[in-house]
Design a protein around this ligand. Structure first.
Ligand SMILES: [Zn+2]
Length: 236
């Protein structure tokens, strides 16, 4: 047994069973990987993740024209009462971001088979506001993006999009209030370096799609760019 595993017992973050000496922190056991609540959206257009992102737009063609959105999918359904809820919670709030890394890897391995990552030039993790980043110590979307990047070989860029305004936690707001809070929350740097790229924006959870829409709106300054979206989870 290595010193590392003495300090960090390698147990599955979902069921708590021993994953083994060779396992890394945050890695799920085979049984829990098999039972993940998959959306099977990777090859499916007009899926519920895409539709959440459209907002007031009503068709795939219009989303491509107006938002320059090529395709979007979530890997998992975020289900209340399902053990995935506690795993996501640990990833975001309990200092276990490696769960995101591993879920990103599992997602990439499966979604690659559906050609989900073809044509993507660069991965942009959804930025956190610097203040939130300081409090939490990490951006979970970057861990998810790292898992995807390692499997697909697509590089990550975390410098061109920033969160300009600190938005209150979304769980505490609803509807219009939420919309007003995320409007213009993002800004971009050196947009010319991102012209004409196909960018995959990665986030942990899509609920109303409002935050992602706001981010995509800011990235319109990347002239000629196309956007696709990967969400680890889509709320039901
Ligand atoms: Zn397990």
């Amino acid at each position: 047994m290595s010193l590392f595993s003495l300090f960090y017992p390698q147990v599955c973050p979902i069921c708590g069973s021993y994953v083994g000496e060779k396992a890394m922190r945050g890695q799920l056991c085979d049984e829990c990987v098999a039972k993940l609540p998959r959306t099977e959206q990777a090859a499916l257009r007009e899926n519920s993740t895409e539709m959440a992102l459209w907002g007031d737009i009503h068709s795939n063609a219009a989303a491509k024209r107006v938002m320059h959105l090529d395709h979007a999918a979530a890997f998992l359904f975020y289900e209340k009462e399902h053990p995935i809820q506690s795993a996501i919670h640990k990833m975001k709030y309990a200092d276990q971001p490696m769960i995101g890394y591993w879920l990103g890897r599992y997602a990439a391995m499966e979604m690659m088979c559906a050609d989900f990552f073809d044509e993507i030039d660069i991965i942009v993790p959804m930025p956190l506001h610097p203040k939130r980043l300081r409090e939490r110590g990490y951006n979970q979307a970057e861990y998810i993006a790292n898992g995807i990047s390692e499997v697909t070989g697509i590089p990550i860029d975390a410098t061109h999009v920033t969160r300009a305004r600190n938005t209150p936690k979304q769980a505490m707001q609803r509807g219009e209030e939420r919309k007003a809070n995320v409007a213009d929350a993002f800004s971009v740097n050196h947009p010319e370096q991102m012209y004409h790229k196909h960018i995959l924006v990665v986030d942990d959870l899509i609920t109303t799609g409002e935050t992602m829409r706001s981010c995509l709106k800011a990235m319109k300054k990347f002239r000629g760019a196309t956007f696709s979206v990967f969400a680890l989870c889509k709320a039901r």
